[in-house]
Ligand binder design. Sequence first.
Ligand SMILES: *Cc1c(COP(=O)(O)O)cnc(C)c1O
Length: 396
Amino acid sequence: MYNKLQEHLQKELGNIKEAGLYKNERIIVSAQDAEIKVSTGQTVLNFCANNYLGLSNNPKLIQAAKDAMDSRGYGMSSVRFICGTQDLHKELEKKIAEFFGMEDTILYAACFDANGGVFEPLLSEEDAIISDALNHASIIDGVRLCKAVRYRYNNADMADLEEQLKAAQAQRFRLIVTDGVFSMDGNVAPLDKIYELANKYDAMIMVDESHSAGVVGKTGRGVTELYNLKGKCEIITGTLGKAFGGAIGGFTTGKKEIIDMLRQRSRPYLFSNSIPPMVAAAGIKMVEMMSETNELQDKLHENTAYFSQKMIEAGFDCKPTQSAIVAVMLYDAKLSQELAAKLLDEGIYVIGFYYPVVPQGKARIRVQVSAAHERAHLDKCIAAFTKVGKELGVIK
Ligand SMILES: *Cc1c(COP(=O)(O)O)cnc(C)c1O
């Protein structure tokens, strides 16, 4: 049988390559950081990691992880409800809830699982999910696994959200779902207006803070902090895999009964392994560090403002950002790839995105700024962009 599937796969893979959509992986041979060494021997400045706070290689987190390995071992070999819960898991859950001003938290192996397992246990045919059109793939998949009636509104379009909420009055419970930061543009969800509409049309709110936790808001509490709505949304999901140390793990934090029900019924929680003790321990340390000082947030916000201002001054068309993501608009797919390739020659690692990841004719380079970047790194990146941008006629 396999020869038939093989032939089919080879043809499909050929099509992907022909369309220029085949993904190759760049091999890194150093730790994740502002500066990385790749397998060609080249050392490059990294502007495409989700390492927003520079914690991926933080000595205090590494030490906390090592200590936990010594005292609690390597792995759990169990799901949470059988024999996979250590005090570390409970403590991390409590700390995350406090961080976001919520009542309780449930950990998952990834935020993909948190989103995959959040809807189906809570909502049924009688209910409505009203989802932003640009929400993350894991939200889309999670919604698919749930029988609730689906409504979709255009990205951050509040008039459209209102229309959908009107239509959803036919259902019993209504849940509005949005990413906190949209990863291709770097814009934040207009949570203040979403909150007003939720009150007006009797709906609940879920925010996925994966790209915003640790980043957005003065103390990095995310979009709910930015809009003074800490503790006011029913559900927040997020990841430990981005700003929060970058290892692995996801969470849902929210109302007590919601979290309680997820522990009983959420399938990725019930049927998948616990996160390792070292990740839980480093997570606890991470939240503690973030509760002591806003130093990293301050530096990140400063870096992002500096970078986007200098790029605009250099003549680049950058989307206004409310996060650590700066979208440098090029519109042309081929140009975005050429620019990224030339930047790599200059020692700057960035990725160009084009259709279907972003809309047709909206190709761009997405720059991800980090607190790990020093001013010299940013200046080198801006200088490289300026040089290559002139060569390719993007700027004058
Ligand atoms: C990255 C991301 C996820 C997935 O997080 P993992 O923990 O890596 O599975 C989910 N939602 C959003 C909005 C994300 O950006």
